[in-house]
Design a protein around this ligand. Structure first.
Ligand code: SAH
Ligand code: SF4
Ligand code: F3S
Length: 520
């Protein structure tokens, strides 16, 4: 395990790379940035992993199932390596950070590990592995040969480890990732989806929900300077993006205090946030602070070409009325909130360390719909958290019936190594009970979704169509993407039912409701 060679920019031949992503939107953005960075250095991306010399998986650790998918891919590459193929296999992202050196020990085919906070170093890591391998396979040059180099391990590792939390301030100062975000490619052809893009505003998470690995894999919460974010949005729009989604694990906790965090040459630097304390006294922050509401307003005003500004994931507490006011007054900000409740039972929420009660969650939803009647609400729910009784689960069912969730992602609790919950609480809800609760809640959610959808019939909505598909959906085709149109939703049309069209246009409203219209 080594990083023996000094960093230097290396021109590479047309090395073929295959990159696959298993994870959340943050991870999709990571992969997009890595792709741009490597492409700029001369690496060529291929669609077929069998053609690749370098295979990279950007991975997720949030549930065991997410990890299993990546492990089965790692296993496939292992078979190819045993058959004698020369492949550099790299595991990037949260699983690399969580499983760390154990992963290397158990999977000798893995040549490279790179955690989410170290992705700016990836080209150097690949380079190190390639050169160490070349050195290891080189013919000994007689007397003068250096055995240490011939025996050098051809594996390379970059993980944040404890550094990400040892000193939050230091980790922000060492934040090489900012340069990765700043150096992103604005070539629309290089983006998988040229009309829609993610922009990170906050890295990491300081919440420590007891079930969750993210604070350990992504490190301390660090906010990006607002100028960098606005500039990135502007350049994305100049290059054809009509929709931008701002990313943060608790996106409404964004808060940047101007002044102290600067680089040596005086530029603004990423900054550790003031933490939850800043939200407790309810007072306006000092004048030189950019809050989340300020940031939304800034992007809305400074990037007029942006048709849709969205953000995920909202943390249900600390969602200020200032944010609702900016949303209400800014027509191009989507009235869409992804704000996971996680559970409808107070004792479960307390054991999860979510920091709010069911009543507080409901108050958050009520205030939101009072200010933004056309808002739409989505969330996540975990079933089978340790100690979840039938009564706790019934309370969650009741919440999903009561509140206007357009959808909820429902997950079975998965104990994660390194988290507080796995040490403190026995995973005592049997898997078949988790499965039953999952299905029961899905059924309730589909009734709630149907009710929310029915409420939109007869209303006029803006739809951003991004696909045309054959009906039934065989081989979806993209056509005329990124065209916003105004559409009247009429509900069931008997004429269309009698003679269904072969084609549908599919898009999303500003509230992220999916709309499919039959095309003539
Ligand atoms: N930062 C976001 C969520 C990030 S993880 C938030 O706080 O809302 C995405 C979702 O995965 C979480 O909302 C949670 O519902 C789910 N999740 C996280 N850890 C989990 C675990 N150990 N088992 C099951 N689901 C989990
Ligand atoms: Fe995980 Fe909680 Fe942070 Fe979301 S807020 S990433 S669930 S610790
Ligand atoms: Fe997974 Fe890491 Fe995202 S654990 S959910 S890829 S932040």
């Amino acid at each position: 395990l080594l990083a023996v060679f000094p960093p230097r920019a290396t021109l590479v031949g047309p090395v073929r790379v295959y990159l696959e992503t298993f994870g959340c939107q943050m991870t999709e953005l990571d992969s997009a940035l890595v792709r741009g960075h490597l492409a700029a250095m001369g690496y060529r991306f291929v669609e077929d992993h069998a053609q690749a010399q370098v295979v990279l998986y950007t991975t997720c650790s949030v549930r065991e199932l997410a990890e299993q998918k990546a492990y089965s891919r790692i296993g496939e590459v292992g078979v190819r390596k045993r058959e004698g193929e020369e492949i550099i296999l790299g595991v990037l992202g949260c699983m690399a950070e969580r499983d760390g050196l154990d992963l290397l020990r158990r999977h000798p085919q893995v040549a490279l590990l790179c955690g989410p906070a170290e992705l700016d170093r990836l080209p150097q890591l690949i380079d190190n592995v390639r050169r160490a391998r070349a050195a290891a396979t080189a013919e000994p040059r007689g007397e003068g040969s250096i055995p240490a180099v011939r025996n050098a391990s051809s594996r390379a590792v970059a993980l944040a480890g404890n550094r990400s939390r040892r000193s939050a301030t230091l980790s922000a100062a060492e934040d090489g990732l900012e340069s990765l975000d700043l150096s992103r490619a604005f070539d629309p052809d290089a983006r998988e989806n040229p009309w829609s893009a993610y922009v990170r505003i906050t890295r990491g998470c300081n919440k420590f929900c007891t079930y969750c690995v993210v604070p350990y894999t992504r490190g301390a919460e660090v906010h990006r300077p607002p100028e960098h974010i606005v500039e990135e949005c502007r350049r994305l729009v100049d290059s054809g993006a009509v929709e931008i989604t701002l990313l943060g694990q608790t996106v409404n906790h964004y808060r940047y205090t101007h002044g102290p965090a600067v680089t040596l040459d005086g530029r603004a630097a990423p900054q550790v946030g003031p933490g939850l304390q800043a939200f407790r006294d309810g007072s306006r922050p000092a004048a030189r602070t950019t809050t989340f509401a300020d940031l939304l307003h800034l992007i809305h005003e400074r990037v007029p070409g942006l048709r849709r500004l969205r953000f995920v994931t909202s943390y249900p507490r600390d969602f200020g009325d200032d944010v609702r006011a900016v949303m209400r007054d800014s027509p191009r900000i989507c009235r869409y909130l992804h704000a996971p409740a996680q559970s409808g039972s107070d004792p479960v929420l307390a054991r999860m360390n979510r920091g709010y009660t069911v009543a507080e969650y409901e108050a958050f939803v009520e205030r939101t719909f009072a200010a933004l009647p056309d808002a739409s609400l989505a969330g996540d729910i975990i079933v089978g958290f340790p100690g979840e009784t039938d009564a706790d689960f019934d309370a969650t069912c009741s919440l999903v019936r009561r509140l206007p969730f357009k959808n909820n992602f429902i997950f079975k609790y998965s104990p994660r190594p390194g988290t507080v919950a796995i040490d403190r609480f026995a995973d005592d809800v049997p898997d078949e009970v988790k499965r039953w609760r999952n299905n029961a809640l899905l059924a309730i959610q589909s009734e709630t979704s149907a009710r929310v959808h029915a409420g939109w019939v007869g209303r006029t909505v803006d739809v951003l169509f991004d696909a045309v598909r054959e009906r039934p959906a065989q081989g979806a085709v993209r056509a005329a993407p990124g065209t916003p149109v105004t559409l009247r939703v009429r509900g069931e049309d008997p004429a269309l039912q009698a003679a269904p069209s072969a084609w549908q246009a599919v898009g999303r409203t500003r509230g992220d409701l999916i709309v499919a219209v039959d095309l003539p």
